[in-house]
Design a protein around this ligand. Structure first.
Ligand SMILES: C[S@@+](CC[C@H](N)C(=O)[O-])C[C@H]1O[C@@H](n2cnc3c(N)ncnc32)[C@H](O)[C@@H]1O
Length: 212
């Protein structure tokens, strides 16, 4: 069962193979140009450096993450000064000097709306199938009607009972809406032996974008 405890334990035990040291190249290549000050939502943000890159482009960034360890590491690793206040069940960490907030708590309790865009890398694929539709609905409800979405999804062969989960390509428009477009795709198993060793001949990473 993939519960909140599962993720808290992963952080406690340092099992965070999903974390990337640099900025995701797909973000840099495919992020749409939006007006400065646009408010970007990064659900299930971990300690992703992608948030720093987005904030440095002049966007206002809000990441949401359940693990306090992830939040502390993100703020510490990037040497960020910040203020913290409590809003209900959520802790809001507001960074000094960058337009960036990390909301610490369960994403499903996060109820702010009117975000202009969403960046999902390793978030939807972290959700078990039973919660996937709820995750997407909850995310869409946080966005304006004309919001942009950049989504990095995975599809692979073989069985895997833990995240990242494989998502059938045809289910993406069903979940996110028919206007979302696949704009890039790469079979990582062809270039990275790690996936072959794990028994995958296909490990396709796809970039999807909704840009009204
Ligand atoms: C696979 S990681 C991806 C992290 C980040 N997006 C990245 O690219 O490195 C998924 C993250 O979601 C967090 N998470 C899982 N369920 C959550 C929830 N219900 N609310 C907030 N964060 C959650 C986990 O702690 C973990 O850091």
């Amino acid at each position: 069962m993939i519960t909140n405890e599962f993720w808290l334990d992963r952080w406690k035990n340092g099992r965070i193979g999903f974390h990337q040291e640099g900025v995701n190249p797909k973000l840099i290549e495919f992020w749409p140009i939006l007006p400065k000050g646009s408010h970007i939502l990064v659900p299930l943000c971990g300690k992703s450096n992608d948030m720093i890159w987005l904030a440095e482009q002049g966007y206002r960034v809000t990441g949401v993450e359940i693990s306090s360890l992830a939040v502390i590491q993100f703020l510490g690793d990037n040497d960020l000064a910040y203020d913290t206040h409590q809003e209900g069940e959520l802790k809001i960490h507001t960074v000094h000097g960058l337009p960036l907030r990390i909301v610490e708590g369960d994403y499903f309790q996060f109820s702010e709306t009117e975000f202009d865009a969403c960046y999902d890398r390793a978030a939807m694929v972290a959700m078990p199938e039973s919660r996937r539709a709820d995750y997407v609905t909850h995310t869409l409800n946080r966005l304006t009607a004309t919001a942009c979405i950049l989504l990095i999804s995975l599809h692979y062969d073989g069985d895997k009972q833990c995240p990242p989960f494989s998502i059938e390509e045809q289910s993406i428009p069903l979940l996110w809406g028919v206007d979302i477009q696949k704009i890039a795709s790469e079979n990582l198993a062809l270039t990275n032996p790690q996936y072959k060793e794990q028994g995958h001949s296909i490990f396709e990473e796809s970039v999807w974008r909704l840009q009204p």
